[in-house]
Design a protein around this ligand. Structure first.
Ligand SMILES: [Zn+2]
Length: 494
């Protein structure tokens, strides 16, 4: 993510000393530059069965866990393999109608199935393996009264409808004031931003990042609007004034990286220099990307030179009416502000496709693994644009990093009520520069390229990452990582 909101909040105050903090939020981390229609059908089953066969689901098998920062969301008993989501949006009524089929593996024995869901949505039918089953929804918890056994696979069917609302965000960032999850704009368009959670506001889900799954989406809305989601657009059909888009995501994704947006979209087809197909989806008549749609392939071209081949089959950008930026899987979701639409944010969010999307933190205490590297790469890109050295850029950031760490805690032991603050961005970025100076460019960039490739479609925690880097470099780095990531004070820089 990138932080714009934090910036807005700080800009209103007399915090002239912290220009960077304003720039620091991840939805779109603002970085200091220089230095300073009509009714929809009542239900829309996805129609055709998913084309993801059972044999292909092995790639979505996960080692689930309870989150150490947000243990109330997600449950390690469920290993979601595939979500088939048929969603119809009625802008005239702000009403979402959903038909979901969730295929999952149980990781243990239990008398009930625990999932995350939104009590504002009414469930009209719930089945397990085709049989109707009782359930309760309390707060964000959906409890399905059906026993499960370890390593058995189940298919849960759900029909629901209502007006989804965002959930409160565990954050003080200004771009989080609307909450997390499904949002509806004043023009009845919809978008999602669900880090560290919030997918449960619009479908039943195991909403914790260690549990990756495959997705198919069937999105229906009155024409000429259309629905955008992750993956590849397989088919568009228009019937009785309704447009249906079918999207297929072939690489498993954590739920926080899943997105759906409905609006009057136009799209532009592009390609990276290496041939990655790219689609830019922008609302008709909306704000144009500064620099034009070519900033999308330009970001991929630059990142591929540093990090190696783009990790997915397709890349896309969807522009929505909010203040942030978000690295959704195979997509970048950009808010409709000058900063969120800037080339720097495009680079930051696209960098997350290597750091966050193909290799994902298994636990939210390790979100620094995403933001530190995305920020460092953004810093390299900015230094190039500004004609300064990376050392100069890091000096600029170091001038305010101390205050970010004091405000929200060490990067890898942050205050749970201040998710996404500047502390998880800038301190880890400074750390990567220190490592680069310690081990040299050759080893440093080899580590940058090989970690996401080695962890393709997986999840990892800090111990796995630290062990891997020590093995690759032959360096003993436990004191180094402890000081930079868990220290209350910023270590001395070389
Ligand atoms: Zn980010």
């Amino acid at each position: 993510m990138n932080r714009t909101a934090g910036g807005a909040r700080l800009r209103t105050g007399a915090l002239v000393l912290l220009p960077a903090l304003a720039l620091a939020a991840c939805g779109s981390h603002r970085v200091p530059s220089g230095q300073a229609p009509t009714a929809a059908p009542t239900s829309t089953p996805s129609g055709t069965p998913s084309d993801t066969g059972a044999g292909d689901l092995a790639i979505a098998r996960s080692e689930t866990r309870e989150d150490s920062v947000y243990p109330d969301i997600g449950d390690p008993l469920v290993d979601a393999l595939h979500y088939d989501l048929g969603l119809t949006w009625d802008p005239a009524k702000d009403r979402l109608t959903g038909r979901e089929v969730l295929t999952f593996r149980a990781t243990g024995d239990s008398a009930t199935i625990p999932l995350d869901f939104n009590e504002q949505l009414a469930i009209s039918e719930l089945t397990v393996d085709g049989q109707p089953v009782e359930h309760t929804v309390a707060g964000t918890h959906l409890t399905v009264e059906h026993p499960i056994e370890a390593d058995e696979q189940y298919e849960l069917g759900l029909t629901y409808a209502g007006t989804p609302a965002p959930a409160p965000a565990p954050s003080t960032r200004s771009d989080f004031t609307q909450g997390v999850g499904w949002s509806v704009t004043g023009d009845h368009e919809t978008w999602t931003l669900q880090e560290p959670y919030g997918a449960f506001t619009w479908y039943a889900v195991n909403d914790q990042p260690s549990d990756k799954a495959l997705y198919d989406f069937t999105l229906t809305v009155p024409s000429p609007w259309s629905g955008v989601a992750n993956g590849v657009l397989r088919r568009t059909t228009t019937r009785s004034g309704q447009t249906t888009n079918r999207w297929h995501l072939a690489e498993p994704a954590a739920s926080y990286l899943v997105t759906v947006a409905f609006a009057d979209y136009q799209h532009t087809d592009l390609k990276s220099a290496s041939g990655v197909p790219i689609q830019v989806w922008a609302p008709a008549g909306g704000k144009a990307l500064p620099g034009g749609t070519s900033t999308a392939p330009a970001a991929i071209d630059w990142l591929e030179k540093v990090l190696g081949p783009y990790p997915f089959d397709s890349f896309g950008v969807v522009v929505v009416d909010n203040d942030s930026g978000m690295e959704t899987q195979t997509m970048v979701t950009l808010g409709d502000t000058d900063y969120s639409l800037s080339p720097a944010v495009m680079v930051h969010e696209a960098a997350h496709h290597w750091y966050g999307d193909t290799v994902t933190p298994a636990d939210w205490s390790d979100v620094w693994m995403n933001e530190g590297m995305a920020m460092y790469l953004q810093g390299m890109w900015e230094a190039e644009q500004e004609g300064i050295t990376i050392e100069d850029k890091m000096d600029q950031w170091a001038a305010f990093e101390v205050q970010l760490r004091e405000a929200a805690g060490p990067p890898a032991a942050f205050d749970p009520a201040q998710f996404g603050d500047g502390n998880i961005y800038y301190g880890p970025a400074l750390m990567w520069q220190e490592l680069r100076e310690r081990i040299g460019d050759d080893a440093f960039f080899r580590v940058l390229r090989e970690w996401p490739a080695a962890q393709e479609n997986g999840t990892a925690d800090r111990e796995e990452y630290w062990d891997w880097i020590e093995q690759e470099t032959g360096e003993e780095l436990s004191d180094f990582f402890d000081a930079w990531l868990l220290g209350k004070q910023t270590p001395a820089r070389d």
